[in-house]
Design a protein. Structure first.
Lengths: 116, 112
């Protein structure tokens, strides 16, 4: 079984400050890991993903995340927050060896607020 | 490239009524997913189609929810009869490769 825990349902940062959104996962098989962003009244947009290879992955809008197997973590970071980053962020996991079933298991989300 | 299309965007119904949602995936995407997102929670997979066959419907409440994907393209999700706890956003997603899913804007259902 797979699960995702996102620490902190709300995170507030000042514009220009570091953004750190935490995600820990549990998976019985090697995972694929994802971060999605959801703006109000919109669907989810993929920010970045880890499948294999380099553990530091870069995504859109200046975000990046590092897969740390020893810590079962996949935290999302951005060096400098912008007002347009205010949104809901979801971490998700998918087991690699699940055959044709590619179900994503999502965390409960972290709402990022960016203040002036 | 056109994205995943969903309609309607918003729907308000009374409990015990029926409702249907429609999804048109990205052209060429064989896999289609329906997720339920309750307020304050992450999306939960209801059903996954590969072409017009069901791959996973383990979390679909089959006594009231049904879904079909005729001809392996667009899909319809139906709820009959609706309950208050069905109030949620229903997201459709599609994928070509299993590592990336593209989501539509969702249908926000309110059951009163």
């Amino acid at each position: 079984a797979q699960s995702v825990t996102q620490l902190g349902s709300h995170v507030s940062v000042s514009e220009g400050a570091l953004v750190l959104l935490r995600c820990n996962y549990s998976s019985s098989v090697p995972p694929y890991l994802f971060w999605y962003v959801q703006y109000p009244n919109q669907g989810l947009q993929l920010l970045l993903k880890y499948t294999t290879g380099a553990t530091l992955v870069k995504g859109i809008n200046g975000f990046e995340a590092e897969f740390k197997k020893s810590e079962t973590s996949f935290h999302l970071t951005k060096p400098s927050a912008h007002m347009s980053d205010a949104a809901e962020y979801f971490c998700a996991v998918r087991g690699v060896n699940t055959g044709t079933a590619s179900k994503l298991t999502f965390g409960t989300g972290t709402r990022l607020q960016v203040t002036l | 490239e056109a994205g995943v299309a969903q309609s309607p965007r918003y729907k308000i119904i009374e409990k015990r009524q029926s409702v249907a949602f429609w999804c048109n995936p990205i052209s060429g995407h064989a896999t289609l997913y329906w997720y339920q997102q309750i307020l304050g929670q992450g999306p939960k997979l209801l059903i996954q189609f590969q072409n017009n066959g069901v791959v996973d419907d383990s979390q679909l409440p089959k006594d009231r929810f049904s879904a079909e994907r005729l001809k392996g393209v667009d899909s319809t999700l139906k709820i009959q009869p609706a309950k208050l706890e069905d109030s949620a956003v229903y997201l459709c997603a599609s994928s070509l490769a299993v590592t990336e899913q593209y989501f539509g804007p969702g249908t926000r259902l309110t059951v009163t």
